[in-house]
Design a protein around this ligand. Sequence first.
Ligand code: FAD
Length: 389
Amino acid sequence: MQETGTGQEAFPAAGGGDVDVLVIGGGQAGLAAGYYLNRLRRDEASGRSGPAPSFAILHANREPGGAWQDYWASLELFSPAAYSSLPGYQMPAWTGQGNPAAGHVTEYLSRYEARYDLRVYRSVRATAVHAAADGEYITDTTRGRWTSRAVISATGTWNTPYLPQLPGAELFEGRQLHTADYRGADPFAGLNVVVVGGGNSGAQIAADLAPAASVTWVTRKPPRYLPDDVDGRELFRIATRHVRALAAGEPSPGTAASLGDIVAVPPVREARDAGLLQARPMFSRFLPNGVEWENGEQSAADVILWCTGFRPGLAHLQPLSLRTRNGAPATEPPPATRSADSRGLFFLGYGDWCGPASATLIGVGAAARETVAAAASAAAAHPVGSPRP
Ligand code: FAD
């Protein structure tokens, strides 16, 4: 049977409202949460379970697809389509070469949203989430105010790029950009570009740029490629095995980090094998028109492209004064996504700290299922319309 939305009731008007569970962010993580929230409604409709929580998904973007909309067109997934799916609906086969391109994911997420008739309010940004005295949440947005009994924050990391603060950076007269600014090699044709970062983005962008620009790739440690046959499927399997072992009180059988940092997707493998990905250690200082290396040698640079990662985009949660642990909000499992400071608040999709491989298409489903179950329980303590304690 094709699973689609319930179509039971009208979509509330876009100027705010009152729901049991408010999902903030409509990328892959928010949609996976929507899938399980919708499933609870179908279970209720078919008499398989009791009352399901009402919900809404707020999405700052005008279009579906989350961060995938902004990735560079030549970006290729770590895994084949069959291993890059959200719950319920498999990603359609990719007929191009290699693994699916970013645009295929955007198209898939758009279809996913329509297939399950998810309640996504587009162009609505949550600006501040407050905790009310009675255990409710009040969320201010760019289009009205929402109240809810639980909040699932699924706002991703793409909008909060991390750039290290290095002394002397202001001396550099060229452009400093980040992965989040990269849309393809064309604007860099013929330029001297220093790509900084030894992770997947650094390797993939250095490989993408190499035919067009003069690229110097800089990494803190020598690059560590995962074995060529390790892709997203295997990474997910390793992450799951690790988390299950820890949950069972057993020693970890190891994480993917022990194998390497860079997935050798075909374009990276080709550039590496062609000798185009020769990394060198970090430069020691900026010059107005380039950089200087430890040995005193100087290189011209028009652009420094920082592929130095992202941080969770959590500005909307500032009013809750959440504690942090290892750079992320403190969580208190189960489930792994539950805030330690605010019991009806959950974090979905940001990274391994809120579920194994939960920042990936294949991994976010498991975290979403547990999160929705816990959010529904939290909401059930304060059903809509009932007297509140
Ligand atoms: P996002 O996709 O960022 O979606 C969050 C959405 O929330 C955004 O659209 C944003 O507009 C919205 N939002 C933000 N703040 C607010 C707010 N205050 N109110 C309302 N809405 C808000 N994963 C894989 O599975 N396979 C891969 O091959 C792969 N390759 C990757 C390559 C790169 C270069 C990168 C950066 C990531 C890759 N990933 C891959 C990881 C994965 O795609 C991303 O982590 C994914 O986009 C995360 O989804 P998300 O829903 O958590 O966040």
